[in-house]
Ligand binder design. Structure first.
Ligand code: PLP
Ligand code: COI
Length: 362
């Protein structure tokens, strides 16, 4: 099967500068989209084919499309950043490409070659370059995803797939960003069980978390923190973010990658940066009761959530049916601030990139 080549159809009427500027004025996360999209199809007979960069448009899907019934869907999230010289860069897109392949494997979908994933993302950013915000902390969020498109109702792996990338200019994920967010400990719902899809970035994981998120909102919380499904004891992650704990000896801890949490690229980058600062980082389980005890004794100094959308977000308070505690003074702490600065200074090209994480666009 031959390798696909990208067919480019520029938008006949892209948004004008004034319209774009108005749309990009502090947009709510993921509500504004750029002019173009990437599409690419896969079938057993033809392999990857019909690779296109085209004006963003709606899909025409038959109501019998498999993924509408059985959620055979995976996605990624990464960002393009505006550099001080006006250029643009991606951050570790190869890591997203690899995770996309791992998710595809878990969902019985075809494995997209890494270079087609990164080539698609680069081509879209290049076409929609003017949509990369230059406001402080803002960036262009990229959302690659894939769905099963076979029209059939037996719950079998789809014989046809559509890969697509869309882009959305974004500001901070949490309004009021830097202050500590409040988490709801879900005792009723879990996110992922051993043997399940927790380590895959598939839509179903998020669908299953929404009712817990709604419960948290009713309790006045910003996000849900999930416990493990077996013992209901170990802190796993948030609905869309990994979690770190900072102790009074300066060390950090984050739950290990045992298959039920998403292997976050921000998590991995922060582990590398923290170790580079000489800080000890443990990937070890942490119990919710211990979290409360350590917050109350002062042994725990800070906790923060991290992810592409959330970057580094301090956790101020934790609330639940059996728990309720404040971390530090409930506000952003110095370790989270220092790690966030180290990460974003690299991403925005304000600091050297010793790990080769940036993928600069020509
Ligand atoms: N955990 C979940 C469930 C997520 O959705 C995300 C966001 O992508 C993360 C963790 C953080 O992953 P990353 O740092 O790769 O964005
Ligand atoms: C991301 O950070 O990329 C996520 O996917 C989290 C959320 C927007 C689902």
């Amino acid at each position: 099967m031959s390798k696909p080549t990208l067919d480019v159809t520029p938008h006949p009427q892209p948004a004008g500068a004034a319209e774009r500027a108005a749309l990009m004025q502090n947009p709510a996360f993921g509500h504004v989209f750029t002019d173009h999209m990437i599409t690419l199809r896969h079938s057993a007979e033809r392999g990857w084919h019909d690779w296109r960069l085209e004006p963003r448009h709606a899909f025409d899907l038959d109501p019998g499309t498999l993924s509408l019934h059985y959620a055979q869907e995976i996605f990624e999230g990464l960002k393009a950043y505006r550099l001080p010289d006006g250029g643009a860069t991606l951050f570790r897109p190869d890591a997203n490409a690899r995770r996309f392949r791992a998710s595809a494997e878990r969902l019985a979908m075809p494995l997209l070659p890494e270079e087609i994933f990164t080539g698609s993302v680069r081509a879209l950013v290049d076409a929609d370059r003017d949509w990369i915000p230059s406001a402080e902390g803002a960036s262009l969020y990229l959302r690659p995803f894939m769905i099963g498109t076979e029209v059939a109702l037996p719950p079998e792996p789809s014989a046809a797939h559509l890969f697509c990338v869309i882009a959305s200019p974004v500001a901070a994920y949490f309004k009021g960003g830097a202050a500590g967010v409040t988490l709801w400990v879900s005792e009723t719902y879990t996110r992922a069980a051993p043997g399940g899809t927790g380590a895959a970035k598939c839509g179903g994981n998020y669908a299953a978390s929404l009712v817990a998120q709604a419960e948290g909102r009713r309790e006045g919380c910003d996000q849900v923190v999930f416990l493990d499904a077996v013992e209901r004891r170990w802190v796993e992650e948030l609905g869309g973010m990994n979690v770190f704990f900072v102790f009074d000896d300066g060390s950090l801890q984050t739950p290990p990658l045992t298959g039920t949490i998403l292997p976050g690229i921000t998590r991995d980058s922060l582990i590398t940066l923290a170790r580079g600062m000489g800080l000890a980082v443990r990937e070890e389980p942490y119990a919710i009761d211990q979290w409360q005890a350590d917050a109350q004794s002062g042994r725990l100094r800070e906790a923060f959530a991290c992810g592409t959308a959330a970057v580094v977000t301090p956790i101020g308070r934790v609330k639940g049916a059996r728990h309720g505690f404040v971390i530090g003074n409930g506000e952003a702490g110095p370790a989270a601030a220092r790690l966030k600065a180290a990460l974003t200074d690299i991403q925005f090209g304000r600091a050297a990139d010793p790990h080769g994480w940036l993928d600069r666009l020509p």
